[in-house]
Design a protein around this ligand. Structure first.
Ligand SMILES: Nc1nc2c(ncn2[C@@H]2O[C@H](COP(=O)(O)OP(=O)(O)O)[C@@H](O)[C@H]2O)c(=O)[nH]1
Ligand SMILES: [Mg+2]
Ligand SMILES: [Zn+2]
Length: 339
């Protein structure tokens, strides 16, 4: 069962988007007539000002300050967005350029504040990989959180990667076992060991790091990006009250690729996700589910779910696959809207 990349949905907005009819949202690649607009990548968003990386006069990348053009209406801009910019794009002090186009997103990592809040927010656009960082112990793995991260990855079209930290303290095996059926990629790391396995997976890609407090995410970011200077240890004392402690931050890896840290994200509300959104990441299972009754939640409690028959036929590994998938669907099952 191999996850496949989903087609993009059009989710432009990180604000006020009603759930329940995704798939039918208009696909708006907003493009006013700006022939001279230059392409760029949004690397930071801070209260209405976006830092956009464009190609500078000498060909080297330059980070410039921008705002959204009025013609974009309510379309939100998030880190990772590919945009087009007009105005003063030199990056000179006090220059302010305008974003006139937001390119269609290839992936979108989304969350709602909680499972009942209909307001969907896009956390990061166009990331390839969601690196779910969890300690094997100290703190103990938060399985519910991990399940939710994986659901958000599959539903958003990102490839998930489990990054198991503090493996000097305990075995990663129980965590690997929980998700074995998903065919999920995983790396085990610790402070004392080289990061080669992880670096290989981050190479030339845009990766988002998520993880609960204390798992060693800042320690990891500092090793990946030596000039990142993320506060580690008792963060509750260090980061409190600063808006930077909760903003999404993009770092360039010393080699090729970028990592995006998400310090403020401690939960993934999934009010926007349906069971079928998750299934869509698994070709074979999605195909088997066409025989399910309408609005089937695909859990063991759903009468007539065709996935039981699918697991009962074919290779025995299907049972493990279905069990792992249903662990994830348990996180979706708590959702009201759409079901
Ligand atoms: N034993 C052990 N401790 C670690 C490891 N990585 C980080 N830590 C410790 O775990 C604590 C939390 O680390 P931090 O990077 O601040 O976690 P964050 O909250 O996820 O950013 C700190 O005391 C780190 O020194 C590791 O690989 N092994
Ligand atoms: Mg931290
Ligand atoms: Zn079903």
């Amino acid at each position: 069962m191999s996850p496949r990349r989903l087609d993009s949905r059009s989710d432009e907005d990180d604000v006020r988007q009603r759930p329940g009819k995704h798939g039918s949202r208009p696909r708006t690649r907003t493009r006013p007539a700006h022939g001279d607009a230059v392409p760029g990548l949004v690397v930071a968003v801070d209260r209405g000002r976006m830092t956009v990386r464009v190609e500078g006069p000498e060909g080297a990348p330059v980070d410039i300050t921008t705002m959204r053009a009025r013609e974009l209406g309510k379309h939100g801009v998030v880190v990772g967005d590919r945009v087009r910019v007009v105005g003063d794009t030199t990056g000179r002090t006090d220059s302010l350029a305008r974003i006139v186009v937001i390119e269609e997103r290839t992936t979108s990592l989304r969350r709602t504040a909680d499972d009942t809040d209909p307001t969907e927010r896009i956390v990061v656009a166009n990331a390839d990989l969601l690196v779910v960082v969890t300690a094997v112990t100290d703190p103990e793995p938060a399985f519910g959180f991990l399940d939710r991260c994986l659901v958000a990855a599959y539903a958003g079209g990102l490839e998930p990667l489990l990054c198991l930290t503090k493996t000097d303290l305990a075995s990663p095996q129980p965590l690997l076992d929980r998700y074995a059926g998903l065919g999920l990629d995983a790396v085990a790391i610790s402070r004392e060991l080289p990061l080669d396995d992880l670096l290989e997976r981050l190479d030339s890609r845009i990766s988002v790091l998520v993880g609960q407090s204390g798992v060693g995410k800042s320690t990891l970011v500092n090793r990946l990006v030596p000039d990142a200077f993320r506060a580690t240890g008792d963060v509750s004392k260090i980061g409190k009250g600063r808006h930077t402690s909760s903003s999404v931050v993009l770092f360039d890896l010393p080699a090729a690729g970028m990592v995006i840290d998400t310090p403020g994200i401690r939960s993934f509300g999934l009010a926007h996700v349906t069971a079928d959104d998750v299934l869509a990441a698994f070709d074979e299972i999605a195909e088997a589910a066409v025989d399910c009754p309408p609005l089937c939640g695909h859990t063991a409690a759903d009468p007539g779910c065709a996935l039981d028959a699918w697991a009962a036929t074919g290779p025995p590994a299907r049972h493990e696959q279905l069990a792992a998938l249903r662990v994830l669907l348990g996180a979706v099952g708590q959702v009201g809207p759409g079901y």
